[in-house]
Design a protein around this ligand. Structure first.
Ligand SMILES: [Zn+2]
Length: 264
């Protein structure tokens, strides 16, 4: 990723964050209370770390892809047109992102890292990139593997990452989405209400709706929970420490904390 591409991405993300923040004021899903206060600095700090890390990692990944020569991927001999390759890239990378997310819930050491994202006691646009830097590295590995094996084009990865970032902001925003429409769209798309359920304190809800853009994988792998339940969800973690969950250094050190109750 060049410096210019990095700043274009930043402008796109911050513009969308600003618009969604305004929509949150007009049609909030949940009213703000003491759970929503005091989180912004920690969330924006982790957002800044994630963006800079992704820039560095994407640049490194571009060099690795060049060295490995994408032209040897399984799809290359088929000589498919670029739109078809971009469509294949979006679906394939979304499947691998689903699997990356699922593994972070099933492997205890990875859950320690991913729990930073789930420890937010309230959900809004600032939650989207509230993640530990090691989560970014894990997710990128799951992107590199299909790119390398299939020989997916760089433009396919760029389109996927833009769609993924945009949808992630939308999923986390504290906005009221019309339930009947949400229910129909969740047949194929990971809607805002669908993802809200994944942030529930109830384990049976947390262990569902792992999807990123497409709902098809949750439906296919039987990890789908109906979106009506979003309206009664209580966010966060049952055993969380309210001081740490709102502190930037506290969240950075959370995976290494001694008093840890592994997710099961
Ligand atoms: Zn999760």
């Amino acid at each position: 990723m060049t410096t210019r591409e990095f700043f274009s991405t930043i402008i796109f993300l911050f513009s969308l964050m600003a618009v969604l923040s305004l929509v949150e004021l007009v049609i909030p899903l949940f009213a703000r209370d003491q759970r929503s206060r005091g989180r912004l600095i920690a969330n924006l700090g982790l957002t800044a770390v994630t963006l800079v890390l992704n820039w560095g990692l994407s640049s490194a990944a571009a060099v690795i892809a060049l060295v490995l020569s994408q032209r040897r991927g399984l799809l290359v001999p088929l000589a498919l047109p670029l739109p078809a390759l971009i469509a294949i890239s979006v679906v394939t990378l979304d499947l691998f992102t689903y699997l990356a997310h699922l593994t972070m819930h099933k492997i205890p050491s990875l859950w320690r890292i991913h729990s930073i994202h789930h420890s937010d006691p309230f959900l809004d646009v600032s939650t989207t990139l509230r993640q530990h830097p090691m989560e970014g590295i894990w997710r990128l590995l799951w992107i590199i593997i299909p790119v390398w094996i299939l020989g997916l084009p760089a433009s396919g990865v760029v389109v996927y990452r833009l769609l993924s970032s945009g949808n992630a902001l939308f999923e986390h925003a504290n906005i009221r989405f019309w339930q009947p429409l949400d229910r129909v769209l969740s047949l194929v798309w990971t809607t805002p209400n669908m993802h809200k359920i994944h942030h529930s304190r109830a384990p049976e809800q947390t262990d569902s709706n792992y999807g990123n853009i497409l709902a098809l994988f949750d439906r296919g792998f039987r990890t789908f929970t109906p979106t009506e339940q979003a309206l009664s969800v209580i966010y966060g973690l049952e055993d969380s420490d309210s001081k740490r969950e709102k502190s930037f250094p506290g969240l950075m050190m959370l995976p290494f904390a001694r008093s840890w109750h592994d997710h099961s």
